[in-house]
Design a protein around this ligand. Sequence first.
Ligand code: ZN
Ligand code: MN
Length: 507
Amino acid sequence: MLCCKYIRIMKLETIIGLEIHTQLKTKSKMFCSCARVAETAPANSSICPICMGHPGTLPVPNMEAVRLGMKAALAMKGNIYEQTKFDRKNYFYPDLPKGYQISQYDKPLSQGGELVVEVPDNSIASRKVIRVEFERLHLEEDAAKNTHGTSGESFVDFNRGGTPLAEIVTRPDMRSPEEARAFLQELRRILRELDISDADMEKGNLRCDANVSMRPIDENGVPISLTLHPKTEVKNINSFRSLERAIYFEIDRQSELWATNTPPAQSSTRGWNDEKGITELQRVKEGAADYRYFPEPDIPPLDLTSMLASVKRHVVELPAEKRARFMAEYFVSEADARIITDSKELSNYFEQVVSETNEWLDRPFDSRASKLVTGWMLSKLAGLMKVKGVDWATLKITAENFAEFVKIIDHEETTGANALKILEIMLENGEDPSQIMEERGLGRVSDEAMIQKLVEMVIESNPKQAAEFRAGKEPILKFLIGMVMKASEGKADPVITEKLMRATLGK
Ligand code: ZN
Ligand code: MN
């Protein structure tokens, strides 16, 4: 029998599973009516006897949190337990005033499900499309936040304690840091698109632990044995970049252990240190921690039959489905569809613009209109917005005005240079484009007599270049037309200008 000990040069594959905690976008906390406040709120300003765990208080489940968790579970194609319940997970820590966390144990909100994710191909170790299965999704309350002072004292801010969380656990279905990142980004898109969570890793309302282990494979990439080896659970990951870096670090560390014939014998928990770029040992797991789970006696089991029917009725479109629809219906390229569907505000705005453009144009929305909309929206407008620090949610340009702007370009009522000026003014004050064009004289001049005057003027003041063009130096024409454009402040119709310039110079 083949044994790992006798393989000198061993090929390994990386096995990755993720555990994600995401704060649900509710007004109040999970089991009391305290407001869910931002991390920046004054410490202990949103607390009450229930979330402080005072004796004699009764928790009441926030049904909005249950509904949001259910939406996430449906998007993941999980099997929902219509009869669900809460359990107590017992452990002692200063950030947990009750001495237990109300969570869900054997009847979570949902089990199973899957997500199909496209992986941007930037690594040979990644597959193009991956299918990640889910273990479960359960609801629970967040713990409070500990901070440590400079002279050894510690503080607890209970504002976060009791915040509704959905914990999502995947199966170990990812094989590279790039795959893990692509999966988490797609999950974040879904959580945002469906208004389930703000899902901002930097703000801590999307937190991710990565379980990483390795196993030997043969020359064809087939695992020598399907057994999973003891894993490392990496905590404190607070950005997509750290997720990738932390897994890369673990691959190096664990490969080294395998290479020296000492693969990890026990599972362990390690913390990611972003500054040092390393994971540090926190504890070795001797066995599964004993949390002495038991059913929460203060909350009766929930019957979610009618809620499930109503949430299911509001069928929701997932980002991947929306991308495919934009490509098919609106002639958008795959790359642009990806950019547009990455932000809910932008995709809503884009769809409104498309529908308004339909009204403004005297023909159905076609690929030419699509190119104008995406080009001006994603590069020109987005570029100006970046400079001015405007985002899609606060943009002053209404969809109707942007559509009219697209019509002005489509009907060649202005030149490219002046269109950009109009757009800048629209961004500034939200005025409608035709008004800006008329008031500031930014339209296109196609009056031939007027352009002819400018052509003659330019020839007169640039006799050398005019002679060169006459002598056959074709490229100099661009310069001469440019001079006419300049003299007309960008308004002269370039096609008419070229025609008149050629006629006047006899070419
Ligand atoms: Zn409270
Ligand atoms: Mn948890």
